[in-house]
Design a protein around this ligand. Structure first.
Ligand code: 13P
Length: 254
């Protein structure tokens, strides 16, 4: 399978932004500005705004996703939301293992794996985030770090599981810094990830997996990044909070 046959997914990660009213306003603006596209459009909002967001995008091609989920179905886990609960809302996508969750909330490769498996058991596509930090890049251990993150996140995955997942390569040094990886740097790691998937599964399976790039993607750099052979979409933070910018990025996916 080549790039043109893979599913392109342009996703916004709103992080901890927008209250209920602001969610309605921004999604309404995005609906109006979004160009016609064959790409899958996904917007991951704070969990408390999922219902509002879903109601606002009824009748459009915009999918609303979550930013995290817990692996247990229910129980004494104060503050957590289960994949089962997301499913009952009709959520079909959830980000797992975002570097901010790893950095600030004790997320580990092991819990990323548990969350991803819980998503898959509930027919939710996990968007599994991996990425190296600046010192890891400077010490030339990016590939070692990424390989470990991928292998651990995908423990016990079947071929169907990985095909139903999305991998997001987000170099931590490029997140929210305005410092984007060059298209070639991003392509090199996304290609490396696809090679690891070939090792774990097989080439046909690896070729079918959508791999996104995330980290200061914007309307200016999106076209070049998205044109790379192994980059099948974007996971966009800051620029997804602006309707014009998000719509422009989507138009670069064509
Ligand atoms: P920025 O686009 O703001 O750099 O954020 C990227 C990100 O973390 C998406 O998950």
């Amino acid at each position: 399978m080549n790039k043109s046959l893979r599913k392109v997914v342009i996703a916004g990660n709103w992080k901890m932004n927008k209250n209920v009213e602001e969610t309605k306003l921004l999604l309404t603006e995005i609906k109006e500005k979004l160009p016609k596209t064959d790409a899958t459009i996904l917007i991951c909002v704070p969990a408390i705004n999922i219902e509002t967001a879903m109601n606002t995008v009824i009748g459009t091609n915009i999918n609303i996703g979550a930013q995290n989920c817990h692996w247990e179905k229910s129980g004494a886990f104060t503050g957590e939301i289960s994949a089962d609960m997301l499913k009952s809302f009709g959520v079909e996508y959830a980000i797992v293992g975002h570097s901010e969750r790893r950095q600030y909330f004790g997320e580990t490769d092991e819990t990323v794996n548990k969350r991803a498996i819980a998503c898959l058991h509930n027919n939710i596509h996990p968007v599994i985030c991996v990425g190296e930090n600046l010192s890891e890049r400077e010490n030339n251990i990016t590939e070692t770090v990424i390989k470990t993150q991928i292998e651990k996140a995908l423990t016990d995955f079947t071929k169907d599981d990985i095909i139903n997942s999305i991998i997001a390569y987000e170099p931590i040094w490029a997140i929210g810094t305005g410092k984007t990886a060059s298209a070639q740097q991003a392509e090199d790691v996304c290609k490396f990830i696809r090679n690891i998937l070939t090792e774990i599964f097989d080439n046909e399976t690896a070729q079918a997996v959508t791999i996104q790039y995330g980290g200061s993607m914007n309307a200016k750099n999106a076209r070049e990044l998205l044109s790379m052979e192994n980059i099948d979409g974007g996971l966009i933070g800051g620029a997804s909070l602006n309707a014009d910018d998000f719509a422009n990025i989507v138009s670069c996916a064509e």
